[in-house]
Design a protein around this ligand. Structure first.
Ligand SMILES: Cc1cc2nc3c(=O)[nH]c(=O)nc-3n(C[C@H](O)[C@H](O)[C@H](O)COP(=O)(O)OP(=O)(O)OC[C@H]3O[C@@H](n4cnc5c(N)ncnc54)[C@H](O)[C@@H]3O)c2cc1C
Length: 451
């Protein structure tokens, strides 16, 4: 066991820096004894720390570094079923299994997340309307709890399975998981792009046509106003078939070896991203996109993970960082999307990357974020005095509409609002209390929100 005192900054911002001691534990530890030995100060599992908040840290306690467990345990080359340790990353899976003709079933906007982190946050991608979220593709997993190590699936320990999928690491330490990968013919994507004049146009395009595409996402200009409110660049696509490729693309169509283009230096002062610079960026980004393009072939890495090509991209926000805010509201509550963009634009609160997606049906995860409806993700540089009030207003609009905020990105929602948004939270608490009555496993997030 190696320990070290590590200062973990809260996600990518600065909301709640904490001191947690890092633990490197063998995956075959005597888990009940190990966890009980940590009962005084508590412990939480941590993957790559890509959640934008305090979910994977515990001030005054310890975190278990899961990234040291990354072995492949079994791969069915015909079925695409993969059993892998929970610290393996989606990047690793893509690099290793694309050549066998398989891709991860769901990927968030970065591939630098672990399997354990993807299960604990039940992450979603651009294909939720077709394929659901990450845990919909988890066949089973092994979980270490203070009561013992248990195998969970839809058939075995079903309740604990659904508490763990989206349970923010609070049910125990995920040791490994069996995933169902999807077959692909290439690591390229066939992509259609539409530049739309405003939010109404993009939303109706998505409503009418998203069912034709496996992946769909709209980038929104958060500062556009009036008739241009919510103007957008909509990109939709599918995995490209071999007969859709040409030239160099056919040379090694299943090789997935994306490179980082450069690393952002640590020189940006806070405040460099403000309503003026974001307005200029948005204008350029909007104008750069084709008005309408059909069937363009892009590499999967640039389609799914454009930010991953720049190491430490978060540094451009300066030392103050930024707050991510993502919410979902049911279909029929489109006004909340429009009103929130109106609010941002009116308050000149520029969100650097604003993304709109449509979610399909929710799954049985008790604390899973996705529900059928519209989801909007914002990231706002910390600094403007109006921000806290603006988020409170957004919370009120989201709650009124029967929606919720995403816990992997939340750094500020109140306990009472959380209980309103996640209606199965009491059942979740009951399950957690039954397997971990002393609440050894906890995080700064669970303490902040009283989960
Ligand atoms: C650029 C960027 C884009 C993103 N885009 C999306 C997106 O499109 N969709 C989306 O859903 N999310 C998105 N995210 C959020 C990210 O996918 C999730 O926060 C993910 O959980 C991070 O994985 P991680 O391995 O870094 O986990 P961490 O951040 O280290 O941990 C997250 C949670 O998982 C728990 N956890 C981690 N490992 C284990 C384990 N082995 N056992 C039990 N619990 C564990 C932690 O306790 C914590 O509660 C994005 C993040 C970034 C930085």
């Amino acid at each position: 066991m190696a320990t070290e005192n590590t200062k973990i900054l809260t996600g990518w911002g600065r909301t709640n820096p904490g001191m947690s001691s890092k633990l490197e534990l063998p995956i075959n530890s005597d888990w009940p004894a190990m966890l009980k030995a940590l009962s005084a100060s508590g412990v939480v599992a941590r993957g790559l720390g890509r959640s934008y908040n305090d979910a994977a840290q515990l001030s005054g306690g310890s975190f278990i570094d899961a990234t040291i467990w990354n072995q492949v345990l079994h791969f069915g080359s015909a079925s695409g079923t993969l059993k892998i340790e929970a610290g393996a990353t989606l990047d690793q899976i893509m690099r290793e299994f694309a050549s066998a003709g398989f891709f991860v079933p769901v990927t968030p906007g970065t591939r630098h997340v672990t399997v354990g982190g993807a299960i604990a946050c039940d992450v979603h991608g651009k294909n939720h309307h077709k394929d659901g979220s990450f845990t919909d593709h988890v066949v089973s997993l092994d979980l270490a709890t203070p009561s013992g190590v248990v195998t969970l699936s839809r058939e075995e320990n079903e309740k604990l399975f659904y508490a763990t999928c989206g349970g923010m690491g609070l049910t125990g330490v995920i040791l490994n998981a069996t995933l169902q990968l999807i077959p692909v013919e290439s690591v390229y994507m066939k992509v259609d792009t539409n530049r739309t004049r405003n939010i109404d146009e993009v939303m109706s395009l998505m409503e009418d046509e998203d069912h034709k595409y496996r992946y769909s996402v709209a980038w929104i200009d958060s500062l556009a106003r009036g008739a241009s409110l919510g103007r957008a660049v909509l990109t939709r696509g599918d995995h490209a078939r071999l007969d859709e490729l040409s030239g160099q693309q056919l040379k090694d169509p299943l090789e997935f070896k994306p490179k980082t283009l450069f690393s952002a230096p640590d020189i940006f002062p806070s405040g460099i991203l403000n309503s003026v610079t974001i307005r200029v960026f948005n204008e350029l980004w909007y104008r750069k996109a084709p008005r309408k393009e059909v069937g363009a072939i892009h590499h999967a890495a640039s389609f799914f993970h454009p930010l991953d090509s720049v190491d430490n991209w978060n540094r451009i926000y300066g030392p103050n960082g930024f707050v991510q805010y993502q919410f979902v509201v049911p279909f029929g509550k489109e006004d909340v999307i429009k009103d929130s963009l109106e609010l941002l634009s009116r308050k000149r609160a520029g969100s650097f990357l604003t993304v709109l997606k449509r979610f399909g049906s929710s799954n049985n995860g008790l604390m899973s974020f996705p529900m059928e409806g519209w989801t909007l993700a914002l990231d706002l540089p910390i600094g403007a005095a109006s921000l806290p009030g603006l988020f409170d207003q957004l919370d009120a609009m989201v709650m009124e509409a029967g929606g919720r905020v995403y816990l992997a990105k939340d750094a500020r929602v109140s306990k009472s609002h959380l209980n309103e948004m996640y209606r199965q939270i009491d059942e979740f608490r009951e399950i957690v209390n039954s397997i971990d009555p002393s609440r050894i496993i906890k995080s700064d997030l669970s303490r902040r929100l009283g989960i």
